[in-house]
Design a protein around this ligand. Structure first.
Ligand SMILES: [Zn+2]
Length: 451
């Protein structure tokens, strides 16, 4: 139940629903039932805005151009303080906004109000804000959608300055701004912005920026998973999906250690009792078929697909109370065909399935039924991939997907590096940790299961 609740909160936050979280800000003039209180909290908790005093936010005060670029710089670039030149005559030495204005100028986010002025104390207008957001996205090469002709519906679209049309089009298309009137659709392009309106726009803008996701899966449901779970719990992380066979309870695959030339390494599956005792409580548990067969052997036998895949799902549902929708292909990508995929989709609840062809990139899957991970947990470059992911500027949504088996941790002594990985990801700040199924739920309307 807790897991479902946290999933709902996570999804709600991602799609921008307001979630009732008690406010941590100190502002007595921001009441909880106002339309902007969630946005004030959002921007305050991310350290984007401070108050006009220790206890006031002044929601109705208008926002100056300087205030705006400072919030933008803080929101998107933590190196902005390194910009210490002065390119405008009206930006004075020692001013609190100098670096942010210079950052915006150097990065072609603003060209000022003339070739020599920025007009820092002038109140910023709605269309100017749209253009600054738009210019920032263009400067970073970030992809976004624009709905052609979306401004036609607005009664005052003709009053938008020519240089601002693209920016306003972007902002309206992406829900950054909405109508200023309920009786008729109005952009009010020259209207000054209040601080309340500004934090609302920043929240929407930030939520629309490309996201970085991290997920893990571990196959087979074997005893080493306990130590993996201990590491995950130490960092309060539950983004690992465990792929379990329900027809092999307690099976001891001694041949795995023998193939590795290390007979002391075990591949021992949990018993049904162990599974029911709550080993995986708080974690995502999905299918790996009942008995780990080569599924393509059943390409003319839908009953066996049901027996191996749907029965596996039903048995897991009986234990976890959550209906599985995901699978790890047993034996990898040579053990299923396009026909197998079709049969699984026709005969089971499964809507995503992971293979083992490491992509070594951070792209989202093209089809959920042939979802390939970034790399294996035993890849010698695991922490390099992690570091590159943390450093990467996201211009589109990104996913870092690590997969493996518990026995590999014993074989290659991976526990320390795995702990480093989990620590890095959980502390990175801008990385969203999701289980395989949480990721599927977030993207199932955008990424098809199959052709
Ligand atoms: Zn397996």
């Amino acid at each position: 139940m807790k897991r479902i609740f946290s999933l709902i909160i996570c999804i709600a936050m991602l799609i921008g629903l307001s979630v009732n979280i008690s406010a941590s800000h100190p502002f007595t003039d921001v009441k909880e039932d106002t339309w902007y209180s969630a946005a004030v909290e959002y921007c305050y908790s991310k350290n984007l805005v401070s108050g006009t005093s220790g206890t006031t936010f002044s929601p109705d005060m208008s926002l100056t151009r300087a205030m705006f670029v400072v919030i933008l710089a803080r929101a998107v670039d933590n190196t902005y303080l390194e910009y210490t030149n002065i390119s405008f005559e009206d930006v004075t030495v020692g001013s609190w906004y100098l670096e942010a204005v210079e950052w915006a100028y150097q990065n072609k986010i603003t060209s000022g109000t003339s070739s020599t002025t920025f007009s820092p104390d002038k109140e910023i207008t709605r269309e100017q804000v749209c253009v600054l957001f738009y210019n920032y996205l263009c400067s970073k090469g970030i992809e976004f959608d624009i709905e052609e002709g979306i401004l036609d519906k607005y009664t005052d679209a003709g009053y938008i300055s020519k240089w601002a049309i693209k920016g306003v089009e972007y902002a309206v298309s992406n829900g950054i701004i909405s109508s200023t009137s309920t009786s008729k659709l109005s952009i009010s392009p020259k209207m000054k912005m209040t601080r309340a309106q500004a934090v609302q726009m920043f929240m929407k803008f930030n939520e629309n920026l490309p996201k970085k996701y991290f997920t893990i899966s571990m196959d087979d449901g074997i005893t080493q998973d306990l130590r993996i779970i201990d590491i995950l719990k130490k960092y309060n992380v539950n983004c690992c999906t465990f792929m379990v066979n329900t027809g092999l309870y307690g099976a001891n695959w001694e041949w795995v250690g023998q193939i590795l030339g290390k007979p002391e390494i075990t591949h021992l599956r949990f018993t049904e009792e162990e599974l029911r005792s709550g080993i995986y409580d708080g974690f995502d548990v999905q299918c790996h078929t009942r008995t780990h067969p080569s599924l393509k052997a059943y390409d003319d036998n839908p009953d066996m697909i049901k027996e191996e895949v749907q029965k596996n799902a039903d048995e897991l549902y009986d234990i976890t109370g959550i209906k599985p929708v995901g699978l790890a292909w047993p034996g990898g990508d040579n053990e299923y065909t396009e026909k197998t995929i079709e049969l699984v989709l026709e005969n089971t609840d499964i809507r995503y399935a992971r293979g083992i062809q490491n992509s070594f990139n951070y792209k989202l899957p093209e089809y959920f039924m042939t979802w390939q991970p970034t790399c294996s947990v035993q890849d010698p470059l695991l922490l390099t991939y992690a570091n590159n992911f943390i450093q990467a500027d996201a211009t589109e949504d990104m996913l870092f997907y690590v997969w493996g088996h518990g026995y590999e941790f014993d074989d290659r002594d991976l526990y320390d590096d795995f702990e480093k990985l989990i620590k890095m990801m959980s502390e990175a700040g801008d990385i969203i940790l999701v289980s395989n199924t949480e990721f599927y739920e977030l993207y199932k309307n955008e990424i098809p299961s199959w052709k």
